[in-house]
Design a protein around this ligand. Structure first.
Ligand code: F6P
Length: 361
């Protein structure tokens, strides 16, 4: 009987439980294999108490649940593991002990569900002989080689819903409402929720913005009778010629840079040039929480089932992906080579501009 390990790494994301359920169910029912659930990402591989066999009972009723029943963390990169030495944090390579643990648990193949950071770690483990398949996960939708990642659709629904709500209060109070959304270096959440939520201005990291032009656009709207405006700003958006505000994520083993504060920055600038009330909403982790949408439950389930098919065919080093309407696979290496960003001259940006939305340029 084969034993499959599964772990979820990096930030959580709606739909993770659908993947876990897909893997466990297909393993037990279709292949008659065992599944070991590893808690808290790669960190769990170091501790036998964090590894437990998963039964059908364990995954019953988890489809509508947000988060991950296995837990996750950004810590625990086995190639750069934080240890305290003389009051200082040092990063050491403990991959050999991780590989020993995988062998000791009798794990024949590992399913790594994660974003670019976790999948890069997966590739390194693969190169040391661990058979791995990857499942792409991120609300940011910034992974190459898959049309979308699960979690993105739910995050978009949350952001669009928030924009609908901001509209009514913006209109009543004749205010400029700025909503800051997540996305790291990518503007996908801002762009798509902004189009769906009828934003007047959308700011994304891929198009550095000109604050004077934003001010002018909002003033023009006001002169034409629109007494309120809605701005969606991706957390990674930054002014033309300026610098993004980059915060280092202390919890991160693969140095995800945390971007923040752009909403407040824009509010400060606009308050200085407009005679209007400006308010900021930072949507934050609400975008990562909650029950996954139908789309994400289905995509997560299909990814989980496909991951097992790859293991059955001994196709390791591959990542499952969505290509059009079909679930396929690509090499993990190809998928993590660079991030998938919004094309500033692409169809979606042009569409937004033709809808009269200002993109900050
Ligand atoms: O990558 C997902 C994401 O939610 C980004 O959009 C965001 O910048 C980051 O993670 C937040 O990380 P943390 O939960 O560690 O604050």
């Amino acid at each position: 009987k084969k034993r499959i390990g599964i772990l979820t790494g990096g930030g959580d994301c709606p739909g993770l439980n659908a993947v876990i359920r897909g893997v466990v169910t297909a393993a037990i029912i279709k292949y008659d294999w065992e599944v070991v659930g590893v808690e808290d990402g790669f960190d769990g591989l170091l501790n036998s108490e964090k590894c437990r066999q998963l039964s059908l009972e364990d995954v019953r009723g988890i489809l509508p649940r947000g988060g991950t029943i296995l837990g996750t963390t950004n810590r625990g990169n086995p190639f750069s593991y934080p240890v305290e030495k003389n009051g200082k944090i040092e990063y050491i390579d403990i991959s050999e002990s991780v590989i020993d643990r995988i062998k000791a648990m009798g794990i024949d193949a590992l399913v790594v569900v994660g974003g670019d950071g976790s999948l890069k770690i997966a590739m390194e483990l693969m190169s040391k002989g661990v058979p791995i398949v990857g499942v792409p996960k991120t609300i940011d939708n910034d992974l190459m080689e898959t049309d979308v990642t699960f979690g993105y659709n739910t995050a978009l629904e949350t952001a669009t819903d928030a924009l609908d709500k901001l509209h009514s209060t913006a209109e009543s109070h004749h205010r400029v409402m700025i909503m800051e959304v997540m996305g790291r270096y990518a503007g996908w959440i801002a762009l798509e929720s902004g189009i769906a939520g009828g934003a007047d201005v959308i700011l994304i990291p891929e198009i550095p913005f000109d604050i004077k032009k934003i001010c002018h656009a909002i003033d023009e709207r006001r002169k034409k009778g629109s007494r309120f405006s809605i701005i969606v700003a991706a957390e990674g958006a930054f002014p033309d010629g300026g610098k993004r505000v980059v915060k280092q994520n202390a919890d991160s083993a693969h140095s995800i840079e945390r971007l923040g504060g752009v909403g407040e920055y824009i509010a400060g600038e606009l308050s200085g040039c407009l005679d209007m009330d400006v308010r900021v909403t930072v949507l934050g982790h609400l975008q990562r929480g909650g029950s996954p949408s139908t789309f994400d439950r289905c995509l997560g389930s299909r990814f989980g089932v496909k991951a097992l098919e790859l293991i059955a065919k001994n196709e390791f080093g591959r990542m499952v992906c969505l290509n059009g309407r079909s679930i396929k696979s690509v090499s993990i290496e190809k998928a993590v080579r660079k991030l998938k960003l919004v094309d500033p001259d692409g169809e979606m940006v042009k569409c937004a501009e033709e809808l009269g939305i200002m993109l900050g340029r």
